[in-house]
Design a protein around this ligand. Sequence first.
Ligand code: HEC
Ligand code: HEC
Ligand code: HEC
Ligand code: HEC
Length: 452
Amino acid sequence: MTIRPALRALAIVLVACSALPARADQADQAAVDAFSAAARRGDFQAVHLQLENDSSLANAVDSYGYTALRWAVNGQHRALARHLLAQGADADAVGADGGTPLHGLCHHDDPELAALLLDAGADPRRANRWGRTPVHVAARRNCGRVLALLLERGGDPAAPTREGWTPLHVARKAGHPATAELLLTAGADPEARDNDGKTPADMLYVRPEVGSLDEDAGRAYQGTYALDQGGGFRVWWEDGLLRLEEFAADIMDPIGPDRFLCRQEPWTVTFTRDEAGVPTEIQVDFLRRSVHGKRLDRAEYVGSAKCLECHFAGGPRDPGMTWLAGRHAAAYWRLATDWSEFLAQRRPQYRDMESPIEESRCLLCHVTGWQKPGTLRQAGWARTEGVGCEACHGPGSKYVDEDVMSDREAFLAAGGVIPDQETCRQCHRRPREFDFEAKWDRIAHWPQDETK
Ligand code: HEC
Ligand code: HEC
Ligand code: HEC
Ligand code: HEC
């Protein structure tokens, strides 16, 4: 190594460190991390209650080096981001990677959220630790609407990254011609050269023709894949498309047997199957490196209809009967009532809400698994089931087998849950309004053969 790159690396580290937000004078780290975790899973009510208690949380930095706003924006939790900004969160808070909430936002083509951040003072020119501005991120991810807005609000179409890439280089490398056109219109220089002397045209990537995929073929890939070096990908089927998520969700289009091209990122994805023909490994080729991961044996939600196949014998304490007759099974549809809208309107933090039944802020406790966005759902799961069996007993794919369920230890080892009051308190959060014994009595479905 010559001395120059070493000095440059040192300088970058120093700049990155000096740009880190200070952690002094903030609530204790465990409280901050809990707050951040709530923002990450989009838990509006938890964030709201914690902020009411301690407004300094709005700008507190968690153990990862980020504020809650960054997580809310990364997860595209719009209402939550709006709420955090209204409570004084810094729209331009610099995180551990040197990036700001706008960097996270540019992974989603969400101009409404982008406008919110820009109006609150976010800087579209700020470069992260690798010299990427939000404009670079939007160009790579093909977020045309956000890109147009960034350029209109002062984003720089000529800014170079550490490698000397302008946003136009990035758009060409990712194979997004419309985005490249947009940058050219905004004044990007087609002759700009990177540190190796290459122009955007030298990097041109033409995306191959893509095929189509049916549901059965697509669902076969569904799973969580853990990377050798930590982190991982989720792969799942939703609304007729196969999706991949590391940090922000993308769609995968088939380009060959077990081979896919991401629609937004310039990544190709290849699955490897075991002897039984089941996809068990993933390889993701980024522009300059590849990562590998193995599929984890994680439980997924199967949906309450599956449970009813066996647990529906009739009788007063039968689990299926009790559930269907109770309010949990109707919890989703409750959100469609005028009463729901009325209740929401009475609370200032929900005033902007248009329709509770479409709202994460309400679905959070009115639908199975909404508080666990990382857990995958199989075809049988539907939000219409409301608070289903698996909301309390845990995702069922690994325990639905009769042999597993008849054996308590095997059931627990497969992710099954024998619920207690803590389970209820994930949703019934006001201690004074929730007397476990009395409430449980109303929905008790065990023991089945005893009459009370
Ligand atoms: C933190 C969890 C949680 C969130 C978030 C939540 N609910 Fe509920 N909701 C509950 C629980 C628990 C009950 C049952 C309370 C009870 O009656 O003991 C309930 C009951 C209701 C009821 C029936 C209550 C009645 O008086 O008839 C309505 C309507 C309702 N929620 C609407 C909403 C709407 C609209 C939203 C979004 C603005 C929402 N909920 C968000 C947990 C939640
Ligand atoms: C609101 C939460 C909740 C929901 C929803 C729920 N259960 Fe339960 N279930 C419990 C609790 C709590 C127990 C009692 C656990 C204990 O203390 O043994 C229980 C017990 C059971 C048991 C007996 C377990 C044992 O100890 O032998 C079965 C079987 C069962 N549930 C099946 C179901 C099925 C099937 C559904 C859906 C139709 C369902 N449950 C929905 C909370 C729930
Ligand atoms: C193929 C039939 C079948 C299906 C499907 C099924 N169960 Fe069971 N389940 C059983 C049998 C059999 C037992 C053991 C006898 C009993 O407790 O009734 C059992 C036991 C349980 C228990 C008590 C576990 C223990 O070890 O004490 C729970 C809780 C439970 N089931 C919940 C569910 C849930 C939730 C689903 C849906 C995700 C489900 N079951 C789907 C047949 C089934
Ligand atoms: C995933 C969130 C969630 C969990 C977990 C949950 N509940 Fe509920 N519960 C709700 C919602 C939402 C309602 C309101 C449904 C409605 O009225 O439409 C509700 C309503 C009820 C009701 C009827 C309203 C009332 O006050 O009589 C009872 C009883 C109840 N829950 C008991 C429990 C018990 C006991 C547990 C734990 C074993 C539990 N719940 C776990 C979300 C949850």
